[in-house]
Design a protein around this ligand. Structure first.
Ligand SMILES: C[S@@+](CC[C@H](N)C(=O)[O-])C[C@H]1O[C@@H](n2cnc3c(N)ncnc32)[C@H](O)[C@@H]1O
Length: 250
């Protein structure tokens, strides 16, 4: 994926709920200006996305939202994917587990358009989307409300002075753990060695988390895993993908 530093401003007002542009630029890593959205994808954004979007008013109150309140029927379990990119993993999971409800958050509008293309022919949707900052959703969620969180290949922010912008940081780790149910999991993947180390250390340092994967062999691909294009691209360039799963203590 190209990593330019241009930003597409017009669609931001709705998404960032008043966040100023400088703060926004500090939050997101490159690639906000994607390829022009094709007419077909735009029509999905205009018609399907509003049906699946997390309503704005549900995000206004902190720690008040139960995932079940976003869906028209109850599900057995609820999961969230942070930064779903083109949505391949989310499309796969929602199909694999029709009795589970999923919430996805992604800033990149082209990514959301790509996800909608994957799922456009479904008749029901066990999926809700926030085309915006995942933290807005996480902050709105009640304590102990998710069965699992996926953070797959988060932006690496390689410069030391930008490390605190990484999705996995001390503050956000508190939020992830707060919203997870006891026994709920946090799955993190990356092919950036330094980021793998960073994410592993942050999770290990949290007193309520325990690693479910083998810390000595995080390169072991989980069973039934479906690679995203981003992951396949990293492997084709010779990078090692790591997969870490931590669970919240009961
Ligand atoms: C490197 S890409 C990986 C995409 C996907 N998870 C995959 O593995 O193919 C990281 C994604 O996280 C998204 N992202 C970054 N910060 C985010 C935030 N605060 N909320 C939601 N998405 C975010 C980016 O827009 C980008 O699409």
């Amino acid at each position: 994926m190209a990593r330019n530093q241009d930003f597409l401003i017009p669609f931001l007002d709705d998404i960032y709920l008043g966040m100023d542009i400088q703060t926004l630029k500090e939050r997101v890593f490159g690639r906000k200006k994607g390829k022009p959205i094709r007419a077909f994808q735009q029509s999905l954004l205009d018609t399907l996305l509003p049906q699946l979007s997390v309503p704005h008013e549900k995000l206004l109150k902190e720690k008040a939202l139960l995932p079940a309140a976003l869906f028209d029927k109850p599900y057995e379990k609820y999961f969230m994917e942070i930064g779903y990119g083109a949505g391949e993993h989310l499309a796969y999971r929602t199909e694999e587990h029709p009795t589970f409800g999923y919430i996805g958050a992604e800033i990149f509008l082209n990514g959301t358009a790509a996800l909608l293309k994957h799922i456009k022919d479904r008749t029901t949707y066990n999926l809700r989307l926030h085309n915006g900052d995942a933290l807005s959703v996480l902050k709105a969620l009640q304590d102990n409300s998710l069965d699992g969180i996926y953070i797959l290949n988060p932006d690496p922010w390689p410069k030391r002075r930008h490390f605190d912008r990484r999705m996995v940081n001390k503050n956000n780790m508190e939020i992830f753990v707060r919203v997870l149910k006891p026994d709920g999991f946090l799955m993190m993947t990356t092919d950036v060695a330094d980021l793998a180390d960073w994410m592993g250390k942050h999770a290990e340092a949290h007193p309520q988390l325990v690693e479910a994967t083998n810390p000595k062999n995080r390169a072991q691909m989980p069973e039934n895993w479906r690679e995203t294009r981003y992951e396949a691209w990293g492997k084709s360039e010779g990078r090692t993908q790591v997969y870490m799963v931590f669970t919240k203590k009961t």
